[in-house]
Structures are given as structure tokens and as C-alpha cells.
Write a protein that binds this ligand. Sequence first.
Ligand code: CA
Ligand code: CA
Ligand code: CA
Ligand code: CA
Length: 310
Amino acid sequence: MSKETRVITIFVSFLMLATFSAAIFAQGKSGVFPTGGADNPMLQGGGPAIGATATPTPIPLLVAPYDFNHDLKPDFVLLNASTRQMAVWYMNNKVRIGGAYTPTLPAGWNVIDVRDFNGDGNNDYALFNSSTRQTAIWYLSGVTRIGSAYGPTLPSGWALVATADFNNDGKPDYILYNAGTRQTAVWYMNNNIFAGSVLAPPLPAGWSIAGIADFNRDGKADYLLFNASTRQSAIWYLSGVTRIGAVYGPTIASGYQLMGAADFNGDGKPDYVLFNPSTRGTALWYLNNNIFIGSAYGPPLPAGWILLLP
Ligand SMILES: [Ca+2]
Ligand SMILES: [Ca+2]
Ligand SMILES: [Ca+2]
Ligand SMILES: [Ca+2]
């Protein structure tokens, strides 16, 4: 292909993607281009060449997991499954102290996790389209969307299941899962730009990743695993992507799903977040590492709504 042809091809691709972006993210700013899927995530080369962050001025604020109103306390993220409206409930431990709507999700897209991708001190939404395997980031200021960008497209067979910083560079990374092989993988990210990949431990049959948190407080992210059949929970202690230990956590009460983990009672230790899809009840299980030390009911969700995160 001649240089001119290549330039034109790239430009036409740019226009097509820009049009697609504008359609999907009608109120947002598109910016970054998919690298296309490969069969093996390890072969996914380099980041997209052209990038743009919606909020280029980093503000060094402390960002707590799943905290949207900057009180350093984790909040609930809710989804109305029929209208695709999203909302955040501001939480003080088990008590709801307020709430706000966040943008409605486009069809086909789901919010997978919440982290500060552009380092502006506000948590952002990481989105995944399971049909196209495209990823995207919605940059939030509080609960207001102030921009958006595509991240890389995942290879066939892989799904985005969580986000967390696995190489301790202060930047959230993607955690991928292949349901066919049960392999997990980490894609290191620089904001929405792919920066490298590594395989992580495969999961045993029947188990899935419910969340990521530092349970043994060694400064490194761990896998929180849940077996929906037995309702058993487990923690895999990781150093980077190397598993250095594993313990069972408590067995989850009948009817409840283990949604994720965050520190709700402010003792610095991640707690379990439980949701009962039938009653729409929520509950917090307070943990010391993997040991259950107490529990509390949270607020029930209104009809039609489900708890997404933590
Ligand atoms: Ca909060
Ligand atoms: Ca942010
Ligand atoms: Ca990182
Ligand atoms: Ca706690």
C-alpha cells in the first residue's frame, strides 16, 4: 500500500469511527480508536495512535473506591434494567444519605466498573459492549458525564470483568476473563490507551470474579471470587498477577449475590456488598481480611432497579 493510500485509508477509518462514536456517545467527545481484536490478548499490540482525554488537567485529589461525592465513602451504583437509566446512591456505611441520576446507558453497553481513569480525582465508568467487545470510558465529574473515549476492543472470547491497578503505577487496568478457557488476563492501561498485557491465573470451574480489592492490605489488588452455585466466596491474594495465596471467605446467604467489595465501615478493610435480586434487598458484610465480623442491611432498591456496583 502506498503511503498516500495508507493515509487516506486511515483518514476514512477515522471518519467512520468518528461517526460511530458520535452516534453512540451523542453527548460525549469521542477520541480514541480501537485496535481491533486479535485471537489472543497477548498479541494485542500497542495502543491506538491517536488519543484525547476529555479532561486534560489532572487535579491531585484523593479518590476512594466507588466514591462519587468525595466524602471518601463508597457509594452504590444502580441500573434500571428497562430504561437503562443509571443512578448513584450516596452512602454513609449502610445508610443512604442522597442520590443522583447518572447518564442513561446506550443499548448494548454495560458499566463494568468504576475507577478514575484520567486521574482528575473523579471516578469514571468503564463500559463494555459484549457484542462488539468494544470498551469505553465515561469521564465523570461527580455524577455528571463530562466526556468519553473508546478504549481498546477485546479479542474474541474475552470480556471486561473488572478494573483495578495491578502494576501499582496509579493507573487503573482492565481485568479480562475468557469464559471458554476460564483464563484471566490484565491489560495495563494508560487512561483509555492499551499499554501492555499479561496473563493472570485461570479460575476454577463454577467461580467468577465478583470484585477486586486489597483484602490483606499489602498494597496489592486481590481477586474476590464467588461460586454462585455453592455461594462460597474466596479471596486470591495476588502480587501483581501472581497468585501468592488463597483463602475461603464466608458463604453468602441464600438468595443473595456477592456483588463486590469496598470498605463501608471505614476501618480500612474491604467489606462484601450483597444484593438479593428477588427482594432487591442490599446488605453489607463486614470483614477482617477474609473473616466475617458483622453485617448490616442496606437500603432496598426501588422496583425495576438492580445494584451494579460495588
Ligand atoms: Ca461517597
Ligand atoms: Ca476521572
Ligand atoms: Ca496500572
Ligand atoms: Ca471495612
